[in-house]
Design a protein around this ligand. Structure first.
Ligand code: MF3
Ligand code: CO
Length: 258
């Protein structure tokens, strides 16, 4: 049973997701060689609380921080630490908030200084696979239509799709039905109705699709040690065209000034 949100609820979700978009842009200002991932976590937590919201991840299943910072071969759920970012790294930052009882959740993979052409291509294709998924996120389609579009775009660049983690519904909980895999077949899975709100979040690898869980109990990394990227949008299903509740515009304004 998928929950169809009213237009009032969708506006509340838009506010929550807008705050996440602004938080990621605030973090973007500080991403450069020499900074620790823990310092980015502090910036995020302060920014979220200053805007009257709460970090959604902190305490979720025992997770210890406000953001997830996953560097290079780390796929998702990297815990902020004293690791110092260096030129040529990529860092996926995943952030969630709860504001007025409604959740926001988004992720963006940033370059640290100048990165290799291979990494640029990974970021381009991961982002494009997310946009391809969004184009299928319309009323009447099925979840599998999104999954197929994401997978096709990623694999067309020679990349592989992580299977173990998936996108999800979002609303008054961080994770609601349906699951939104980044691989699958057209015409399969739950039907998307107007008002259903989901997070689409491809995790795409340069090498093999397989992952491992690190000993900290949280960090997922690629099994072959090759880099991975992650972008995430919250999207409200509508007829004709998806209503994307997240925007990367603020992030891009910051990055273009660097
Ligand atoms: N965006 C991630 C997700 O949808 C965030 C979960 S991190 C956790 O699963 F710490 F909250 F678990
Ligand atoms: Co998510």
């Amino acid at each position: 049973m998928l929950i169809c949100r009213t237009s009032e609820e969708i506006e509340l979700l838009r506010e929550s997701n807008l705050l996440v978009s602004r938080t990621l842009a605030e973090i973007a200002k500080y991403i450069r060689p020499g900074v620790t991932t823990a310092s980015l976590d502090k910036i995020a937590e302060t920014f979220i609380r200053d805007h009257g919201a709460k970090p959604a991840f902190k305490g979720y299943g025992g997770y210890p921080a406000t953001i997830c910072t996953s560097v290079n071969e780390e796929v998702v759920h990297g815990i902020p630490s004293d690791y110092i970012l260096k030129e040529g790294d990529i860092i996926s930052v995943d952030c969630g908030v709860v504001l007025n009882g409604y959740y926001g959740d988004s992720a963006y993979t940033f370059p640290v200084g100048e990165i290799s052409d291979d990494l640029k291509k990974l970021l381009e294709y991961t982002r494009a696979s997310l946009e391809a998924g969004v184009r299928e996120a319309v009323a009447g389609n099925r979840v599998g239509d999104i999954s197929f579009a994401v997978q096709s775009k990623a694999e067309s660049g020679g990349f592989s799709v992580v299977r173990e983690m998936v996108g999800h519904g979002i609303g008054t909980k961080l994770h609601e039905p349906p699951e939104v895999p980044n691989f699958g077949k057209k015409g399969t899975g739950p039907k998307l109705l107007k008002g259903v709100v989901i997070c689409i979040e491809p995790m795409i690898n340069i090498g093999m699709k397989d992952t491992v869980l690190r000993n900290d109990g949280w960090t997922i990394a690629t099994a072959d040690g090759k880099p991975s990227a992650h972008f995430e949008y919250a999207v409200a299903i509508d007829s004709g065209k998806a209503d994307v509740l997240t925007t990367f515009r603020f992030i891009e304004e910051v990055l273009n000034k660097k």
